[in-house]
Design a protein around this ligand. Structure first.
Ligand code: 4NP
Length: 148
């Protein structure tokens, strides 16, 4: 089972989502992340994401930003987007319903993970808590889905 987390720059939210979900799943699950823009390609996650995750013993420092590409639809089983713009951008590259069905917002009820890039450390902490809560549920559901 391969899971991809997607945000805009792949330096703030989706690196956190990747690290948090991976920490809750066994190693037969692959978790990766990508951004809908290539602007930060090759860069490490934002230092505020790295230090927030480190507080909870999650290491993001080896991650590198990369852009989402249409081939990710073939590579990954589930694609979770942080906000509705990310969702729209990813869906615009899908070629068929099978690909579209893999994609959803990571939060329930059409809720978005707010972009903390222009914010403070408190905003990064809020994003961490939101993602930690939702990834706990996701991990339970994903583990159940492969045991069926
Ligand atoms: P992310 O945050 O999508 O959570 O990685 C952002 C990163 C970079 C920019 C915006 C949001 N930017 O405008 O460069």
């Amino acid at each position: 089972m391969k899971i991809l987390m997607v945000c805009l720059g792949n330096i703030c939210r989706s690196p956190l989502a990747e690290g948090i979900l991976q920490s809750k799943l066994p190693e037969n699950f692959v978790v990766d992340s990508a951004g809908t823009i290539a602007m930060h390609e090759g860069k490490s996650p934002d230092h505020r994401s790295i230090s927030t995750a480190k507080k909870y013993e999650i290491d993001l420092s080896a991650q590198k930003s990369r852009p989402f590409s249409a081939k990710d639809f073939r590579e990954y089983d589930r694609i979770y987007c942080m906000d509705r713009n990310n969702l729209k951008d990813v869906l615009s590259l899908a070629e068929n319903d099978l690909q579209r069905q893999k994609v959803s917002l990571i939060l329930e009820n059409n809720q978005e993970v707010p972009d903390p890039y222009w914010g403070t450390m408190a905003d990064f902490e809020k994003v961490y808590q939101l993602l930690d809560e939702t990834c706990e549920k996701l991990a339970t559901n994903l583990k159940e889905s492969i045991n069926k």
